[in-house]
Ligand binder design. Structure first.
Ligand code: PLP
Length: 463
């Protein structure tokens, strides 16, 4: 009993530890309050261990060592970079679209100092934040006018609130979709203050269904690109011509939530996603789309279409609540410039990943497999053909053929290996398929490849 008291008494006082901490570079530079708190946590833990009969080194040096380690860990950034070995190009949980060099450069320049965000240098007076990208979007899509907001969800909400609050919006039952958990078309409509009029059935809606629903209180027709699923089989939707004609005859706007918002005709790839330009030239009045899906830029939402309708939205009170921040805006301009200058497929990472040839993916997988294969007898690698996905609620029915490295480690289960990969200093997110870990090479940069090779090699040494 007395010995226990003696051991507890041997723990140095916080003041003494603070003095010791002052000798350490990291601790000396940190705010006093933070250092004191960390020291108290360490001392409390040691005290409680001792009370539980454990032997602990209670020297000031040992305790301060612990405090230093704890402070370093606590102040590490929580939002960290990760390596995407899932093959899902637009992985919402992994941040969707990595940015192009040009987008990053624009963002860096604007972030570091003051900018012309809302300043017109010609007139020497207040300018418009949208003006930096409006003309570029119009040029790329043929739109009369364009707005950019926080994300596509905000774009849809703003468009509906501004055009249809307190009035009716007609939408097909086959398009009442949910996108990524919290974005459901019926709920967004409700939030906007519009009254949803559902027409048709899940699989079939005709132009007659729309026509019958139009009344004195109809504010708009809404079309939703069912970007994350497909209804196949016995299905029907009116043609674009029918919908456009109906909207024109009744003088009501036709709005389309396009979701992904491709800017390039995608004939180069094995997929088919309508471009914004196509949709506008088909006669849709207002199109909304994301900045960080197929477009491959920063998080943003675009509204493109008829000037008269967009001007209405630009002065809506919600505009302020959904406005885009200067960093995303700067990055967005960089990405749009890549499209204008013809460097999109080469320079925008997501475009590049989606366009990588199968032969190139195979070569990459062989290289990765080779670099891992030489590291430790317990690791086994094998190059395997697999399917990867676009992700981000785009191209649902399209599997992209890809190549991956199947990774096996003697005595370690696939789920344990997958956990080891994702819990390291640089998380590597892989998938488990057929009871083995697969590293899909589609989304790995050259640097990622080297890094994954090194990380896995360390596992081989540990074993
Ligand atoms: C992804 C998507 C949204 C939401 O877009 P965010 O940019 O993620 O807000 C809305 N509608 C459709 C059809 C989508 O595919």
């Amino acid at each position: 009993m007395e010995e226990l008291q003696n051991r507890l008494r041997a723990i140095p006082a916080i003041d003494r530890l603070l003095t010791e901490a002052g000798e350490r570079e990291v601790l000396a530079a940190a705010p006093h309050g933070l250092v004191a708190r960390v020291l108290r946590v360490v001392v409390d833990a040691v005290r409680s261990d001792i009370k539980n009969g454990k032997l602990r080194d209670t020297s000031a040096a040992a305790l301060v060592d612990q405090a230093e380690a704890m402070l370093k860990k606590e102040t590490e950034p929580k939002l960290r970079r990760a390596i995407n070995a899932t093959g899902v190009v637009l992985h919402t949980n992994l941040g969707r679209a990595p940015l192009s060099r040009r987008a990053l450069d624009r963002m860096n320049e604007i972030a570091a100092g003051y900018s012309t965000l809302e300043y017109d240098t010609e007139k020497g007076e207040r300018g418009n934040r949208h003006s930096h990208v409006t003309a570029r979007i119009c040029e790329l899509t043929g739109a009369e006018d364009a707005l950019v907001v926080n994300n596509n969800a905000a774009a849809v909400l703003l468009a509906l609130s501004s055009l249809a609050r307190g009035r009716e919006v007609i939408v097909s039952r086959g398009q009442l979709v949910e996108i990524g958990g919290s974005f459901r078309i019926p709920e967004v409509l409700e939030q906007s203050g519009a009254l949803m009029i559902e027409v048709g059935t899940t699989n079939k809606t005709s132009i007659r269904d729309y026509e019958k629903a139009i009344g004195a209180n109809t504010a708009a027709l809404l079309k939703v690109h069912t970007s994350n699923y497909r209804i196949v089989g016995f299905t029907a939707q009116p043609t674009d011509e029918e919908l456009v004609d109906l909207a024109r005859r009744h003088n009501i706007p036709l709005i389309e939530d396009l979701g992904s918002g491709a800017l390039l005709p995608q004939e180069a790839g094995p997929w088919e996603e309508p471009t914004v330009k196509d949709r506008l030239s088909a006669g849709i009045d207002v199109v909304t789309f994301s900045g960080d899906k197929l477009l491959g830029g920063a998080q943003a939402g675009f509204i493109a279409g008829k000037k008269a309708l967009l001007q209405h939205m630009a002065c809506h009170p919600l505009m302020r609540a959904v406005r885009i921040d200067k960093l995303s805006l700067a990055a967005t301009e960089g990405t749009l410039l890549d499209y204008m200058l013809g460097t999109a497929i080469k320079e925008i990472p997501t475009q590049r990943m989606l366009h990588t040839s199968l032969a190139e993916l195979k070569k990459r997988a062989e290289r990765l497999s080779g670099s891992i294969g030489q590291s430790g007898a317990k690791l086994r690698t094998e190059v395997v053909p697999i399917d990867s996905q676009a992700g981000g609620g785009t191209l649902p029915a399209v599997d992209f053929a890809s190549f991956g490295v199947r990774l096996r480690m003697a005595g370690v289960s696939a789920s344990e290996l997958e956990r080891k990969l994702r819990t390291g200093a640089v998380p590597v997110i892989a998938r488990v398929q057929d009871d083995s870990v697969i590293l899909d090479v589609r989304c790995l940069t050259e640097d990622d490849m080297g890094e994954v090779g090194k990380i896995v090699a360390l596992f081989g040494e540990e074993a």
